[in-house]
Design a protein around this ligand. Sequence first.
Ligand code: T46
Length: 129
Amino acid sequence: MWNTKLIFKKDGRGNLYVGEARKQIPFAIKRFYIISNVVSPKVVRGMHAHKKLEQAIFCLNGSFELSMDDGRKKWSIFMNNPAKGVLLRKKVWHSMSKFSKDCVTLVVASDYYNEDDYIRNYDEFSKLI
Ligand code: T46
């Protein structure tokens, strides 16, 4: 598993976090998206894998749980530190849950949005793995 730590600068003016493509982020970034305002802790997002897409996920504010499954093992990470990112490699089933109300999630991705890259059926994922 790959985790990253952004460059973290703190001074009297606040906090600054830096990540650069092919450095802290191990691919060229083509897209980013932000998830916020998840009003219920019962919400589960994700529940899919990607065929080719690589992503790095950050929790900018609040917290959530990131669960991953590569077909052999399953593991979860509690995300609550803006400086720490987790790589969502291709062919890893992942879900996000237990969002705090103030949670803001940033995802940077290696490619543009393409619904054909999603595997949204777990049986299909199992067969592929
Ligand atoms: C992922 C996890 C971590 C777009 O039109 N463009 C986009 O770039 C994205 C990310 C989504 N969409 C559309 C597709 C759906 O109609 O927005 C809607 C919600 O997407 P989805 O249900 O896939 O959202 P999540 O939070 O379940 O999954 C997202 C990403 O889609 C996915 O790639 O790995 O976050």
